[in-house]
Design a protein around this ligand. Sequence first.
Ligand SMILES: *[C@@H]1O[C@H](CO)[C@@H](O)[C@H](O)[C@H]1NC(C)=O
Ligand SMILES: *[C@@H]1O[C@H](CO)[C@@H](O)[C@H](O)[C@H]1NC(C)=O
Ligand SMILES: *[C@@H]1O[C@H](CO)[C@@H](O)[C@H](O)[C@H]1NC(C)=O
Ligand SMILES: [Zn+2]
Length: 445
Amino acid sequence: MATTRHHLQLISVVTLLLSLPLSATPNKEQQSNPISRFRNYLKINTAHPTPNYTAAVNYLIAFAATIPTLKTQTLYLTTPDKPLLLITYPGSNPTLPAILFNSHLDSVPAEPSKWLHNPFSAHHSTDGKIYARGAQDDKCIGMQYLEAIKSLKKSNLNYTPLRTVHISYVPDEEIGGFNGMAKFVESKEFKELNIGFVLDEGQASVNDEFRVFYADRSPWHLVIKAEGEPGHGSRMFDNSAMENMMKSVEVVMKFRENQFDLVKAGVAMNSEVVSANPVFFKAGIETPSGFVMNMQPSEVMAGFDVRLPPTVDPDLMRRRIVEEWAPAWRNMTYEITEKGPLRDYMGRPLMTATNDSNPWWSVFKQAIEESGGKLSRPEILPSTTDARFMRQLGIPTLGFSPMKNTPILLHDHNEFLKDSVYLEGIQIYEHIIRALSSFDGASFT
Ligand SMILES: *[C@@H]1O[C@H](CO)[C@@H](O)[C@H](O)[C@H]1NC(C)=O
Ligand SMILES: *[C@@H]1O[C@H](CO)[C@@H](O)[C@H](O)[C@H]1NC(C)=O
Ligand SMILES: *[C@@H]1O[C@H](CO)[C@@H](O)[C@H](O)[C@H]1NC(C)=O
Ligand SMILES: [Zn+2]
């Protein structure tokens, strides 16, 4: 008995060792599976204002090292605490334009006291939900890209992509991307990649269809200012700053109502209209306990968050502001701070075609269908992402995160992703990566 048992133990140890990649230690690899690797990535706190990018990048490099033929490169385009990780899966024809899969390393902050579980513990509940800041936005895709390549290589040892596939992990997306993707696209390293097509983050879908985004809305911070004669609180007179501002606010709110009516009537999606929401009013003369009440102020300011889809002509919008929202004849001035581009380097609207004129679209769409998935009508994202920096260079870029039947919880308390949804996403990317990387471009004219 004793001898037999000893023998069996020896066999199982040998089997275990044989099944392991040489680089990994037995214990680690044994406990490691796509879900545990995802949870470990989520446990790395990369929330603002103090994202630990170095820890996240080190983790990704260690994982990439377990996948044969992947090359990694860390770029420092600003400060040493803002690394940008580039992982490369070399194709057999490096002269063809490459594919880029992008995700950001950072996430928005979380208030632990408002969560069911610590947002950085990646709690895995019995019903399969993985709770963590970044679970949807967008650490899921960052790990899924690598898992898909790992799985692809495992199931087809001979598979070599025709086109090179790059995966980028960029800092600072949630704070505007100015020290992240914006710097990357300007770098010589980026130009040398010769990128032909990009997939970046999308959003969860509450139904059975995957969502895909072909444009972002671009934010304008609009501040309008009215000036007029001050006057005693008791006096009625025309053209006070307050009266002039109220007229403008009425006009803006009427415009807002008309845009919103299109959404309510089902004619347009939220992201396809111009939103204009008042965010501050500043007026009155303050006292330690409130405001001076018998004085009509000579200056009033109001701020609006305006978001423009690329289908809207920004010059027409500017004219509307000059003529109707802040007309000089009503003694008003305005300031627009454009928080993002609306046109690409050729002056074309910042959007990626989702029809047959874009061969990448057709390959992408077909890959989703082959994986058994369905795509809903392509949408404009209501907010902005790093995709705008690539579109600005004229590179076709789609936003896509394979999360269906999932509530949209980005930036919300209790952000979670179900394990089954995450695992299905890996399979979807396997199809996408295979299709895009083997696309020979014969249909390009
Ligand atoms: C980042 O995480 C690593 C461990 O992964 C830790 O050693 C380091 O101290 C962290 N850095 C900061 C600034 O917290
Ligand atoms: C604009 O300001 C001028 C100078 O203070 C004033 O005479 C005029 O009535 C004002 N017009 C309007 C529409 O507020
Ligand atoms: C494809 O879409 C683009 C952008 O939306 C549009 O300008 C173009 O006319 C469309 N082409 C075809 C062939 O439908
Ligand atoms: Zn995001």
